[in-house]
Write a protein that binds this ligand. Structure first.
Ligand code: CTP
Length: 425
């Protein structure tokens, strides 16, 4: 495929070298089109050597080849990374003062922007409006990552990991549907840790790969994704709002807060069912005698709670529609965390890892937890945990199970989103 890599003048321009390498190593023909400002950060010889193609920021070089029209028209994909506030503004307004903006005006293929800038610039109304305009026209504008920026400040504005931008581009090139555009989705991923003392915890083997694959694929299908990550060390999926948590209680708080206005919640995290009943403030020491036993207390079941809250919210809605019901009966229980009235996840998805009687245990769990879909997989030696591949059965409330053959966790994620999208009004 022919890819145009537009690079604009931000400090993250050096990271585009890695993105370029990912494209060329996977057999794509890449033409790098930097802006004049980008060339102050990384010079033309670097781009030319890495891409094997000529490099210019100007429309005045090789004019006989009409580069200002030809490059854009021949491209299968244009990706601008990093995209500065300036280049987003020029693209949104159709300016054509250099080769990159000319290319953006002549390209008929999909266009991906990976913005990177200071938080203030990203949040400025002018930039917000330009991003909105570009998205309305069909461009994919990836939300920047949150983290350390140039200098000492941190906030939204970082260029996402090049490998994650690459994944977004591949999916755009493959032409996957953007059927989750405008949808708010919450995904929990990873495994919770329950503190025993300041240095020790009870944990599990979940790597977070399946949850991250779900987040990545939902983003590629156009969703706005909040990823609640429990102790995951993978790179953040490009465009996700990542909330980091450690324990089941922290995960519960983050998921319930994000679920309040979400269209769908997918609980892919391995949540500890139990926590040590007491957390020692100081490290537990050897005393030479019998070790102290660790007593456990049960954690809340977040998935079941989400199902119950939705049931309650729906019942309240039904009641308030019926004129005969006295208002006092409709007050939500104050002790329960409340999902906004009338706003609850339309689709709730659970995961279940089982070692035996996989389908029977799964069906019982689906009913018990009140979710719409339950992804069941068999775990044990070499299966599911920490591996890039997975096989599963998706149990569907009121429908037939869907078998997903062994394959990449992204493929399973796409099956889940197909089923979720079909259930969204
Ligand atoms: N889950 C949850 N809160 C918990 C435990 C689990 O939300 N305290 C969610 C998980 O994220 C997953 C689903 O429930 O989506 C199934 O988890 P699993 O541990 O298999 O279910 P359990 O109810 O703990 O059943 P089991 O008795 O098999 O452990």
């Amino acid at each position: 495929m022919k890819v145009v890599l537009g690079v604009s003048g931000g400090i993250a321009a050096y990271k585009a070298c890695e993105l370029l390498r990912l494209f060329t190593e996977s057999g794509h023909e890449v033409r790098v089109v930097p802006t004049r400002e980008a060339l102050k950060f990384v010079g033309a010889p670097t781009w030319a050597a890495l891409s094997g193609n000529p490099v210019s920021a100007e429309v005045w070089d090789d004019v006989h080849e009409v580069p200002h029209v030809r490059i854009g028209k021949q491209a299968d994909l244009v990706v601008v990374a990093p995209a500065t506030a300036d280049v987003l503004a020029r693209a949104a307004h159709g300016l054509a003062g250099d080769l990159l903006t000319n290319t953006l005006l002549t390209a008929t293929c999909p266009v991906v922007f990976a913005p990177a800038m200071h938080t203030e610039m990203w949040q400025h109304p002018a930039t917000r409006a330009n991003v909105e305009t570009l998205r309305e026209r069909g461009a994919v504008v990836i939300d920047p990552a949150v983290g350390r920026l140039t200098g000492a400040d941190t906030g939204p504005g970082r260029l996402p990991d090049p490998a994650e931008i690459f994944e977004v581009c591949l999916r755009v090139l493959r032409g996957r549907p953007r059927d989750l555009a405008g949808r708010k989705i919450v995904v929990s991923a990873g495994g919770t840790r329950e503190a025993i003392d300041p240095v020790r915890y009870l944990g599990n083997r979940s790597s977070g790969r399946q949850g991250y694959a779900l987040a990545r694929t939902a983003l590629a299908r156009g969703a706005e994704v909040t990823l609640v990550a429990a102790n995951v060390t993978l790179p953040d999926p490009a465009g996700a709002k990542v909330v980091r948590v450690e324990s089941a209680y922290e995960l519960r708080e983050a998921v319930l807060a994000a679920a309040a206005d979400a269209d769908a919640v997918v609980m892919a995290a391995a949540v500890a069912d139990f926590r040590p009943a007491t957390r020692h403030d100081a490290k537990i020491k050897k005393t030479g005698g019998e070790p102290e036993p660790i007593f456990l207390a049960e954690n809340p079941d977040i998935l079941a709670e989400l199902g119950a809250l939705r049931r309650e919210a729906r019942a309240t809605q039904t009641l308030s529609r019926g004129a005969a019901q006295p208002l006092a009966d409709q007050e939500p229980d104050e002790a329960m965390p409340s999902l906004e009235r009338g706003a609850y996840p339309e689709v709730i998805v659970g995961f279940a890892a089982e070692t035996h009687d996989v389908l029977a245990n799964g069906q019982a769990k689906l009913a018990r937890k009140g979710c719409d879909l339950l992804v069941v997989n068999q775990v044990g030696e070499g299966l599911a945990f920490g591996t890039p591949d997975n096989a599963a059965t998706v149990l569907v409330a009121g429908g037939d199970p869907v078998e997903v053959p062994f394959g990449p966790k992204e493929a399973l994620a796409d099956v889940v989103w197909d089923l979720v999208a079909a259930r969204l009004p």
